[in-house]
Design a binder for this molecule. Structure first.
Ligand code: NAD
Ligand code: MG
Length: 384
C-alpha cells in the first residue's frame, strides 16, 4: 500500500484524483485531504476514503467540518498553519492541487519532507521558481508534473538526454475565445470565458485558458521543470487538445504524448510512475476526431504569453508579480468588476509599476512579493 495526501481535494483535479483512487482502493491509504472550505464535501470524502486528517484552510469552516466528522475518528483541523502541518506529514506522494499561490507554502512543506510531489498547482512553481527547484534538490524530493502539457513533455523525455533537446513545443487549445476579434473580446462575460471546449476545470484556470495566461504560466513552469533554456520552448495552438505537448531532438525526431482531454490520464501517469495504471476514461478515438490542426499564437489579441515570456526572461521576482496580478485580475473579472480584456492590461500595469527585488532567496521573499503585487493590483483597480 502507498500513502497519499491530496491538497485541494474538493476541486476539479482533486475530483479526478479521487475518481482514480476509487478504482484502486486497495493500493492506497489516504493521509490528508484538504480544501479551502466546502466542509460537507470534504467530510464526505474523508469518510469515504478513511483519511487520517481533513483540513480546511479557512478556519471559520472548521466547526462545520468537526461536526460532520464527529464520531469517525478522523482528525479535523483548520487554518493556514494546520494546512501546512498536514502537508508536512510524510507520505509516499502528495497531490498538490490547490489553486493559486495559496498552495505554495503547503507545497514547500511537502517538498521539505522529501517525498514525491505530483504538482498540478502551477502558480506555486511560477511564483517560487528557483526557490522551489532548489528546495526539491536540497530535500531530495521528486517533482512529477500533473499539468497535462508538462506531463506530456516528461513522458516524451523519458530515456533521453535533455542536452539532445532542440525544441519543446507546448500545445495550447487556444481556449473558448480563440476565434473572437479584439472588439468581441471586450464584451466577453465570465460564463463565456469559463466554457472551455475541451477541458472541464476550475473557474480560475478556465479564465486563464481563455486569456492564454494559462499557457504563459505553463511556459514559466516548463522553463523550471525542463532546463533547456527559454528560447527552446515555444507555444503552438492546437485546438483539438490531442497532442498534449512534444519534444524535438537534435536529429529532428519529435516525440509527442497523445491522449484524451481528461486529467485522469496525467494524474494516473504520476501516481503510477515509473509504471502504469488503469485509468477510468474513454480512450482516444483518432478516427472520430479526424483531423488535427495547428496555428501560431496571436499575441496581439492574447498578450498573456508575451507578458509571461518577458517575465520569465527577467526572472527574479517578476514571474511572482505577474502571477499575483493575474490572480487578482481573474477574480475581479469573475466578480464582474472588469472587462475580459482588462485582465492582461492590469497585469501589464502592475508589471510596469511595481518595484521588485531582482532575486528571491526564500519562501518568505516569494510570499512578500506576492502580497505586495496583490495590494498593488487592488489599488490600481480601486483607483480606476
Ligand atoms: P479548483 O478551483 O477546482 O479547486 C481548487 C482546490 O483548492 C479546492 O479544493 C479548493 O477548496 C482549494 N483551495 C482554493 N483556494 C484555497 C486556499 N486559499 N487555500 C487552500 N485551499 C484552497 O481548481 P482546479 O481546476 O482543480 O485546479 C487546481 C490547480 O491545478 C490549479 O493550480 C490549476 O492551474 C491546476 N491545473 C488544473 C487542471 C484542471 O484540469 N482543472 C489542469 C492542469 C492544472
Ligand atoms: Mg495544462
Amino acid at each position: 500500500m502507498r500513502s497519499i495526501s491530496i491538497l485541494g481535494a474538493t476541486g476539479s483535479v482533486g475530483d479526478s484524483t479521487l475518481k482514480l483512487l476509487r478504482q484502486h482502493r486497495d493500493a492506497w491509504r489516504v493521509e490528508a485531504l484538504t480544501a479551502q472550505c466546502s466542509a460537507t464535501k470534504l467530510a464526505q470524502l474523508a469518510r469515504e476514503f478513511d483519511a487520517r486528517i481533513a483540513v480546511v484552510g479557512d478556519e471559520s469552516c472548521l466547526p462545520e467540518l468537526r461536526e460532520a466528522l464527529a464520531g469517525t475518528g478522523i482528525e479535523a483541523a483548520g487554518g493556514r498553519a494546520a494546512l501546512i502541518e498536514a502537508a508536512r506529514r510524510p507520505v509516499d506522494i502528495t497531490l498538490a492541487a490547490i489553486v493559486g499561490c495559496a498552495g505554495l507554502a503547503p507545497v514547500m512543506a511537502a517538498i521539505e519532507q522529501g517525498g514525491t510531489i505530483a504538482l498540478a498547482n502551477k502558480e506555486a512553481l511560477v511564483s517560487a521558481g528557483e526557490v522551489m527547484m532548489q528546495a526539491v534538490e536540497r530535500h531530495g524530493a521528486t517533482l512529477l508534473p500533473v499539468d497535462s502539457e508538462h506531463n506530456a513533455i516528461f513522458q516524451s523525455l523519458a530515456g533521453s538526454d535533455i542536452a539532445d533537446v532542440r525544441m519543446i513545443t507546448l500545445t495550447a487549445s487556444g481556449g473558448p475565445l480563440r476565434l473572437l476579434s479584439a472588439e468581441e473580446l471586450q464584451r466577453v462575460t465570465p460564463d463565456q470565458a469559463v466554457a472551455h471546449p475541451n477541458w472541464d476545470m476550475g473557474a480560475k484556470i478556465s479564465v486563464d485558458s481563455a486569456t492564454m495566461f494559462n499557457k504563459g504560466l505553463e511556459l514559466i513552469e516548463a522553463y523550471h521543470l525542463f532546463p533547456v533554456g527559454l528560447d527552446r520552448i515555444r507555444i503552438l495552438v492546437h485546438p483539438q487538445s490531442v497532442i498534449h505537448s512534444m519534444v524535438e531532438y537534435r536529429d529532428h525526431s519529435t516525440i509527442a504524448q497523445l491522449g484524451p482531454s481528461d486529467m485522469i490520464v496525467p494524474i494516473a501517469s504520476c501516481l503510477a510512475w515509473p509504471r502504469r495504471m488503469e485509468a477510468p476514461c474513454e480512450p482516444l478515438d483518432l478516427a472520430a476526431i479526424g483531423e488535427l490542426s495547428f496555428f501560431a499564437p496571436d499575441e496581439e489579441r492574447f498578450p498573456a504569453t508575451r507578458l509571461a515570456r518577458a517575465a520569465c526572461e527577467e526572472g527574479g521576482a517578476t514571474p511572482a508579480v505577474l502571477n499575483a496580478a493575474n490572480e487578482i485580475a481573474v477574480a475581479a473579472f469573475l466578480a464582474g468588476q472588469i472587462p475580459f480584456t482588462r485582465i492582461a492590461a492590469l497585469v501589464e500595469d502592475v508589471l510596469e509599476r511595481s518595484n521588485r527585488p531582482q532575486a528571491l532567496a526564500s519562501l518568505e521573499d516569494v510570499l512578500t512579493v506576492d502580497s505586495s503585487a496583490r495590494r498593488q493590483a487592488q489599488a490600481i483597480l480601486e483607483n480606476a
